[in-house]
Design a protein around this ligand. Structure first.
Ligand code: SAM
Ligand code: SF4
Length: 466
């Protein structure tokens, strides 16, 4: 199986449709040299899957579009909320019959880390369990399977290495995701990430910049730097480049037109990041700054390391920037013990900040987290009621915010073409979706000016401004 490195670069980078996935009719069903990879979860998980696919492709495997066609079936999933974990086990049940057909089945990601070898008990037909903190071992584990091992695991979390791959197969032809920091050293009381992804490890700034230069040469114009707490980046090399300096250095790579980063932790959000956005327009005018709750008491119980007032001081700093910066957030409703007035503090925070968009979640108790044992669980129906109220308030805010942009013109990176004639879509620097009309024939991957003609709560509508 360990063939020379002879795969087509296009298939790794997403520049060759259909992005390296071989149609089922072209492969012998169940061929040992083929893999099917299904991903469920967050952006970090999607990007991990891109790297896993890169590792397998570089070993000579072919990626196929269905489990039926594959010899190796991999399921990569997150376990941030309970539903995700349940989904893996129901999916594994479906895969059961397939193992009888000689297929190798593997579980990757946070659920693998969390459930560990128990997965073999619950689903004895699984051969590979590899947690997200151990991906650097993946090539070795795959080699063991190729050599005939029946069960292999990668479950260490005490690694101080990051998952560097020679090649990553990227699914978006214009925007490349790049993990710059893995794991998390914070200890939010509801969160599985420190447990499933291990401690914080930052990649060397030189290696990051080398990869960005390669990406630019391959034609990517936008890079998104990823990390659970991306702004806690701590360069392990003697230069000790700060996060804001890294943003500027990435923006300085010839060919790069947009730099994004997510997710920022409020406690580590410093003025120099705002200054970098002010001085370098290639750094996108968007900050995702999860607050989780508007109540200092709940934030304390969540172990979020800041109060409502401290968070609002960071918002004031961002709002004070010389150019407008969009702000988005994450919110959890129904944390154990959250009273009605405390929930209302979250609603009033929404009013005060006027977020451009948000992700909202009902609290989900997770294994191995301190909040699991906290008293005063909020009933499911009450969590649903709070979630609906929160989303309604945010809808009103977004309607007004997007409405205020009608008549303005923005630069858009065109990333989609509708089936409807002359209809396209793309993103502004502030990460708003824009659907617009243009008579041009070839716009995908280009940057154009779009004038906003109307707005909905979740997107803008416009026309190509020539
Ligand atoms: N590291 C980021 C941060 O500090 O905000 C986000 C990590 S997590 C992948 C994304 C979001 O999932 C969190 O911001 C939080 O809102 C949500 N989340 C995490 N654990 C959760 C839980 N147990 N129940 C509900 N939502 C949760
Ligand atoms: Fe989880 Fe908190 Fe770390 Fe974010 S900062 S990954 S919410 S522990």
């Amino acid at each position: 199986m360990s063939k020379p490195f002879d795969i087509d670069l296009g298939s790794l980078t997403g520049h060759a449709p259909p992005i390296g996935v071989v149609p089922s009719h072209l492969v012998e069903p169940g061929n040992r040299g083929t893999f099917f990879l299904e991903t469920f979860g967050c952006q970090m998980n999607d990007h991990d899957s891109e790297k896993v696919a890169g590792v397998l492709l570089s070993r000579g495997y072919q990626q196929v579009e269905s489990p039926e066609a594959a010899g190796l079936i991999l399921y990569n999933t997150c376990s941030i909320r309970e539903k995700a974990a349940q989904k893996v086990f129901s999916r594994l049940g479906e895969y059961r019959e397939r193992q009888g057909e000689g297929k190798v089945i593997g579980v990757l990601g946070c659920v693998a880390q969390q459930e560990g070898e128990d997965i073999f008990e619950r689903a004895p037909w699984v051969s590979l369990v590899c947690g997200s903190a151990s991906y650097r071992k993946l090539p070795e584990l795959i080699a063991q399977l190729e050599a005939g091992s029946q069960r292999v695991t990668g479950l260490e979390t005490d690694t101080d290495e990051t998952f560097e791959t020679e090649m990553t197969r990227r699914d978006n032809p214009w925007r490349a995701y790049l993990t710059i920091i893995e794991g998390c050293d914070k200890a939010c009381s509801y969160c599985v990430v420190p447990y499933t992804r291990g401690p914080e490890r930052s990649r060397a700034s030189g290696a990051i910049l080398r990869e960005v230069r390669q990406l630019a040469e391959l034609g990517y114009s936008e890079v998104q730097l990823l990390g659970q707490t991306v702004n806690s980046y701590a360069d392990p090399t003697p230069g000790k480049m700060r996060f804001a300096e890294l943003l500027l250095a990435v923006a300085g790579v010839p060919g790069i037109r947009r730099v994004r980063f997510t997710t920022s932790h409020p406690s580590d959000f410093t003025r120099d990041i705002v200054e970098a956005i002010e001085t370098e327009t290639k750094i996108c005018d968007h900050v995702h700054l999860p607050v989780q709750s508007g109540s200092t008491k709940v934030l304390r119980a969540m172990q979020r390391t800041y109060s409502r007032e401290e968070y609002l001081a960071k918002i004031a700093m961002i709002r004070g920037a010389k150019r407008p910066i969009a702000i988005t957030t994450d919110i959890i409703v129904g944390f154990p013990g959250e009273s009605e007035p405390e929930f209302e503090e979250t609603l009033s925070l929404l009013e005060e900040v006027k977020y451009d968009s948000l992700f909202s979640f009902k609290y989900s108790p997770r294994p191995n987290t301190p909040s699991l044992k906290m008293p005063d669980a909020i009933p499911e129906e009450e969590k649903s009621r709070r979630l609906a109220l929160l989303q309604e308030k945010q809808r009103e805010i977004q309607t007004a915010r997007n409405g205020s942009l009608v008549g303005k013109t923005f630069e858009v990176l065109v990333s989609g073409k509708s089936r409807k004639e002359n209809q396209w879509s793309g993103y502004t620097s502030s990460h708003r979706v824009v659907n617009f009309a243009s008579r041009e024939q070839e716009l995908l991957g280009t940057y154009i000016q779009v004038r906003v003609t109307s707005a909905t709560p979740n997107s803008l509508v416009g026309e190509h401004a020539v």
